[in-house]
Design a protein around this ligand. Structure first.
Ligand code: RIB
Length: 308
């Protein structure tokens, strides 16, 4: 069992199913609204905990009903939320999500309290970082906070994993602090300015991130699966073809978390990538973000034997 600190966002997701995603300026009718726990940080923390890791969530919510519900959901999954800030005068992050009949989505995030997750708050969490084996961050909190967290993780000799979502330009100083970066194909294109439609294009773009200082790149490529790019070689893991896609929300989050879960157990990155593809295949077959995430018992069959 490994110990993980997740520094990231907590959002309440307001989800509406639509027959198709609206064009700019268009109004369409959708189904019943549903509130589902979300936020890339919280989704990844919850997935790792459901898969058996010991997880501490660091981040911020408002002192409101959505914040309470999110924390209760994480706690029920076994995540330690005792260090999450509950801030008076801030509103818990909210994501407005439309999901179409093919499972594709549009997401608008109103970050609210997530933006109050400051570098100074990270400094106060040094003990929690020191006790962890790995630190995982995303980009729904301020970039300077992510950089501070990565610097602290690195100075303490921890594995630092970055899920660069949503995409934002990153300084080279941050790449140099990251052992593993996990962009999807759109983020990889944003980060590099290069096309990522084919496997060859994605590999070229991923190698650009290695050149900027990232340790290794594990990119998700939608229906093409995942691509692990290391200085010494490249591995393509195809996506499962037997999956009926209902909702791709949190597919990337569950992928990242599943990969980290295996790394915490001492598995190779290649095994982690295969496992992550399998877990994401389960998540896209179910509706919602945290509501779609399987538990350890469900994915036991997908899990490779623990390394000796
Ligand atoms: O990755 C999916 C998540 O993105 C949603 O849960 C939403 O809250 C946004 O953070």
């Amino acid at each position: 069992m490994g110990r993980l600190v997740v520094v990231g966002s907590l959002n309440m997701d307001l989800v509406v199913r639509v027959p198709r995603l609206p064009a700019p300026g268009e109004t369409i009718l959708g189904g019943q609204p549903r509130h589902v726990g979300g936020g890339k940080g919280a989704n990844q923390a919850l997935t790792c905990a459901r898969l058996g890791a010991e997880v501490t969530m660091l981040g911020s919510v408002g002192r409101d009903e959505n914040g309470e519900r999110l924390l209760a959901g994480l706690q029920a999954a076994g995540v330690d939320v005792s260090a999450v800030q509950r801030l008076a005068g801030e509103t818990t992050g909210l994501a407005i999500i439309a999901v179409d009949d093919r499972g594709a989505n549009n997401i608008i995030v109103s970050p609210g309290a997530n933006l109050a997750t400051s570098p100074e708050y990270v400094d106060l969490q040094r003990r929690r970082f020191a006790e962890a084996d790995a630190v995982l961050a995303q980009l729904e909190i301020p970039l300077e906070t992510v950089t501070r967290a990565a610097g602290l993780a690195k100075s303490l000799g921890k594995l630092m994993v970055l899920d660069p979502a949503p995409a934002a330009p990153l300084p080279d100083a941050l790449y140099a602090l990251v052992d593993l970066i996990k962009p999807n194909e759109i983020e990889l294109a944003h980060l590099t300015g290069l096309p990522t439609r084919t496997l060859a294009e994605a590999e070229t773009a991923a190698r650009r991130l290695l050149a900027r200082g990232a340790g290794r790149v594990l990119a998700t490529l939608g229906a093409q699966g995942a691509l692990l790019v290391e200085p010494a070689g490249t591995l393509h893991v195809p996506a499962r073809q037997d999956v009926q896609v209902r909702d791709t929300t949190a597919a990337g989050d569950s992928f990242t978390a599943a990969a980290v879960r295996l790394l915490l157990d001492g598995h190779s990155l290649a095994e982690a990538a295969r496992f992550a593809v399998a877990v994401a295949g389960v998540v896209v077959s179910r509706p919602g973000a945290q509501s779609s995430i399987p538990d350890a018992a469900e994915v036991a069959a997908l899990m490779p034997p623990r390394p000796a």
